[in-house]
Design a protein around this ligand. Structure first.
Ligand SMILES: [Zn+2]
Length: 306
């Protein structure tokens, strides 16, 4: 299992801090829940959909960072070469928190879909059956991430996941984007930047992992758990509206990256290590920086007439 605390003494120090604050969460005054008005009441779990102000400078830009899965939804899992289990939800959260710190120090406001081991949607007792999220709750949890992204006013969305496959020798990085949105060109440009930076960061870290490239989200061959899900060929977080299934889609360019396969023990080692997590976070931060640096440099859509 992924461990956030490196040693017993670090854990004791953290427990002391937590007992002093009386709260299993940060009291950083620059953190605040994103306020969303919804007829359904409070949409989000405690610690979910949290806005974080920049810690150095202010670029007046907001990035939505979504560590995939969480709480009763562990995502996929794998085993490191020395036999430790790595859950996707833990690795995505570690990378997401590292990324948020880096972006804030670079002048971005960051909205995290979650900051702890929770779902993003506020769940009720009937949403978990036999220890697992129901299909309806799993759908609602991803829609809540879209709601959070839109409420945050973010200019860019990054969803972090990890991959898995039956054959443990299969590995590598892939990044998905949506082609059906009005901002499809920005989606693709961001996907290329993310893919390039993650592959470069793995090589720099001495990890020789395959570059599987970028792909449209409609090309994912995942098992569809319901007829309703099968009728929607996009990733919910990136794709266009479909009445009754995704009434309000994400309003900003974005991608979903799967930087490593947890089913490959070598790659599970990287995902579980602080060095690997920080390398991934650094790669995402550089891609986001490059995305905004390149924005507006595209071919002009109109020419001056005067
Ligand atoms: Zn996932």
């Amino acid at each position: 299992m992924l461990r956030r605390f490196r040693s017993a003494s670090a854990l004791l120090a953290a427990l002391l801090v937590l007992s002093l604050t009386g709260c299993w969460g940060s009291r950083d005054p620059s953190e605040a829940p994103v306020r969303v008005t919804s007829p359904a009441g409070d949409l989000f779990a405690n610690g979910a959909c949290i806005s974080l102000r920049p810690t150095r400078g202010d670029r007046h830009l907001t990035v939505f960072v979504d560590p995939g899965h969480g709480g009763p939804d562990p995502g996929t899992s794998g085993t490191t070469r020395d036999g430790r289990t790595v859950f996707e939800k833990g690795a995505t959260l570690a990378v997401g928190l590292d990324l948020a710190s880096m972006l804030r120090a670079d002048g971005f406001r960051v909205v995290l879909s979650r900051t702890r081991d929770t779902a993003v949607a506020r769940l009720g007792p009937s949403d978990v059956v036999g220890g697992a999220l129901t299909l309806d709750a799993a759908h609602r949890d991803v829609v809540a991430r879209v709601e959070c992204a839109n409420a945050s006013g973010a200019e860019l969305l990054l969803s972090i996941h990890f991959n898995a496959f039956d054959d443990p020798s299969v590995g590598g990085t892939e990044t998905f984007y949506d082609e059906a949105r009005p901002f499809a060109a920005d989606n693709q440009r961001f996907a290329e930047l993310v893919q390039r930076e993650v592959v470069a960061a793995m090589a720099r870290g001495g990890w020789n992992t395959p570059d599987r490239g970028i792909a449209p989200d409609t090309s994912i061959e995942a098992p569809q758990l319901s007829a309703r899900a099968a009728a929607y060929p996009h990733l919910l977080e990136l794709g266009p509206a479909q009445a009754g299934w995704l009434d309000t889609p994400s309003k900003m360019p974005g991608v979903l990256c799967e930087p490593l396969f947890l089913s490959d023990p070598f790659e599970a080692d990287i995902a579980a290590s602080r060095a690997g997590q920080q390398a991934l976070a650094g790669a995402f931060a550089r891609a986001i920086d490059n995305y905004f640096a390149g924005r507006g440099r595209a071919t002009p859509t109109s020419t001056p007439t005067g």
